[in-house]
Structure formats: C-alpha cells, structure tokens
Design a protein around this ligand. Structure first.
Ligand code: QUE
Length: 336
C-alpha cells in the first residue's frame, strides 16, 4: 500500500500492523478508514501467520481525535439520516469486533485519543499510554454524548470517575490513564518505537518488559469529591454539590460543565446511568438509537459548528442554562 492511504496495514514478524494515517486531521475516522480497519481485522482473524494486532496513529499529535463529525453535521443539516446511520452502524460494529477479537489487540497511544479513538482502543485488552497520551470523551462540548460504547465503559471506571469525565469532557493524561482504567500500560514515548518493534518478535510479553513504574495518580486527592459530587441523581444536584465543594478542582469542573451543552449534560447523565446495567452490545444498540434523537436537537449542529467548523468556541445552546432544560424533552429522546 502507498503512504497516501489513510489506513496503512502491514505484517511484521507475527503481528499485523494498522497505522491510522491522516495526521493533518489528527487521524480522525471517516467511513473509508472504518471500513479498512474492519476489513483487515476480518482478514487477520483467520490468518495463521498473525498472532496479534498492533494499532498506532501517524504523527506525534494524535492516536485518533474522534470521528468525522463535520461530515455528520453536514448529513444532519441536509436531512441525510441514512449517511449518519451508515457511519454509526459501521463504527459501533467495529468497536464490538475489537472488544471480542480472538487475538491480542494492542493500541499504542501517543497523543490525543478522543471519542472514536477511544472506541478503537479502550475496548481492547491492551492499551499502552505514553506521557503524551490524552484521553477524553468531549462530546458534551459538541451537543452529543459519549458513544462508541462509552456508556458501557465509563460507568465501569473507578467510582464516579467516568461520570465526571463523560460530563465535563476533561482530559486524562499519560500515566493517569492507567490509574483511571483507560490504559493498561505506561511506556514513555522514547521507548515506544522499541516496544512496537519488540511486539513483532516477542508478542505481548514485550508489554511487561517495556513498561515504566507508574507515577502517582494526579486525581487521588479528588477521588472522594468526584464520587460525592458525580453520584448525584441530576445534573443540577451535581452542580450544587460542586458549588458547595469550593475547591480549585470543583471550580475547574464547574467551568467545564458551564461551557458544554446543558441539554447534552442531561441526556449524557441519563445514558451513563442506563449503561451501568447493559452489556457492551446492548449499550452500542442503545447509543445507536440515541444518535438519531440527539443529533436532531439543534445543539449538535451548533456544537460542531462552534468547536470544529468555525472554531469560535462560542456555541449558542438551546436552552442556554442547565436549570432551563425541560425534563420532558430529555425523556422523549429515550422513548421507544
Ligand atoms: C468535541 C468532540 C470532538 C472534537 C472537538 C470537541 C470530536 C471530534 C473532533 C475532531 C477532531 C479533529 C478532526 C475531526 C474531528 O473534535 O468528537 O474531523 O480532524 O471527532 O470539542 O467530541
């Protein structure tokens, strides 16, 4: 294959390699990339020469910054629901393929890993983070919700950490990702190329020999506050508890919550609570249904406009305040 391909696949030793190769777009996933990943995983599933799969992102800025939300916004605005359905159906099917893959699948994450990038990595048994890894589910900022199985994943992180991350969209960096349960190994960037080469010769045994001792979890001092504030039943009660906390950490969380879509906070909290009792497959099915109802809300097109298209970072949310979100409107998104 040529380097022009947005997904480059190769075999080395006993591993199959997938390189997400769209570095100028932070390796964000479009439909052809999803299809290329799905096709090669299908091929390697039954290839006796491939014992394991290693996936990486090109460039030093991102593993994968998410999905092609610009195209999804265009599809939504032109009434092309079939295009969005196609994208999400194939993306979520790939997430499930990775979660249930019969061979070791190892994601090397050295840079941003958001949204769809989490879907290509965190469901797998091995996720290596460098000190430059930055994990986030920032969809409330674009009037959407944490999908790609995140409604299954986030409720299973320690305590209410997943609720905190899914609502605020805040980033977990480097070794913190291992403490949070998003990554499984911590390897510095300077040793990552060595690890990648060693995987082809030694298989997954190389993971243990190339990992570094974990520095302390930077959120340790906030774990109790996270669990207290983010275990509340409603978004308004979460805000009340953060306001009562009066710490620098709580101020930062409040600032994040006040920037994102108030409606998305409500539907995301509800989706995360529901995900506690679902299997990954059920969560993905429920998320698929929720893409149809939430994308029809004006906050999705407006959020993508403000954060990705125009980049003014000044979305006009409807409604603009958390207290003004109508529970009846949120209920309707989950009906049927
Ligand atoms: C919130 C998000 C996303 C985002 C920005 C946000 C997201 C996403 C992208 C993105 C990044 C680079 C690209 C691209 C999209 O940005 O999900 O096409 O090249 O995919 O504030 O949820």
């Amino acid at each position: 294959m040529t380097t022009e391909d947005t997904v480059v696949t190769s075999r080395e030793g006993r591993v199959g390699r997938i390189l997400l190769n769209r570095p100028r777009a932070l390796n964000a996933l479009d439909l052809p990339m999803l299809r290329a990943c799905a096709a090669i995983l299908q091929t390697w599933r039954d290839d006796p020469h491939v014992d394991a799969v290693v996936i990486e992102g090109a460039g030093d800025r991102a593993f994968c910054a998410g999905g092609d939300i610009r195209a999804l916004r265009d599809a939504q605005l032109s009434g092309n629901r079939a295009a969005a359905d196609q994208f999400f159906a194939e993306e979520y099917a790939l997430n499930l393929t990775i979660a249930t893959y019969p061979k070791p699948y190892i994601a090397l994450i050295d840079g941003l890993c958001m949204g769809g990038g989490i879907g290509l990595s965190v469901h797998a048994p091995y996720r290596v983070a460098t000190e430059y890894a930055g994990f986030a589910m920032p969809e409330t900022a674009i009037g959407f919700f944490p999908d790609i199985g995140a409604t299954f994943l986030l409720p299973r992180l320690p305590g209410e950490l997943g609720t905190y991350l899914g609502l605020t969209g805040l980033r977990v960096a480097g070794a913190d990702a291992v403490h949070a349960g998003l990554a499984t190994h911590f390897t510095p960037r300077e040793r990552l190329a060595d690890l990648s080469a060693a995987l082809a010769h030694d298989g997954i045994a190389a993971l243990a020999t190339h990992q570094e001792k974990l520095p302390a979890f930077s959120l340790t001092g906030h774990r109790d506050a996270i669990d207290h504030c983010f275990s509340a039943e409603t978004v308004s009660e979460i805000v009340n508890r953060l306001e009562a906390s009066r710490s620098e950490w709580a101020e930062a969380a409040l600032k994040a919550l006040r920037h994102v879509s108030p409606s998305a906070l409500h539907w995301t909290l509800r989706a995360l609570r529901r995900g506690r009792d679902l299997t990954l497959r059920q969560a993905l099915d429920a998320e698929f249904a929720l893409t149809r109802t939430t994308m029809a809300h004006p906050d999705f097109a407006e959020g993508v406009r403000a954060m990705v298209v125009d980049k003014d970072r000044k979305p006009a949310w409807q409604p603009a305040r958390i207290a003004d979100v109508d529970p009846v409107v949120i209920d309707a998104l989950f009906a049927g």
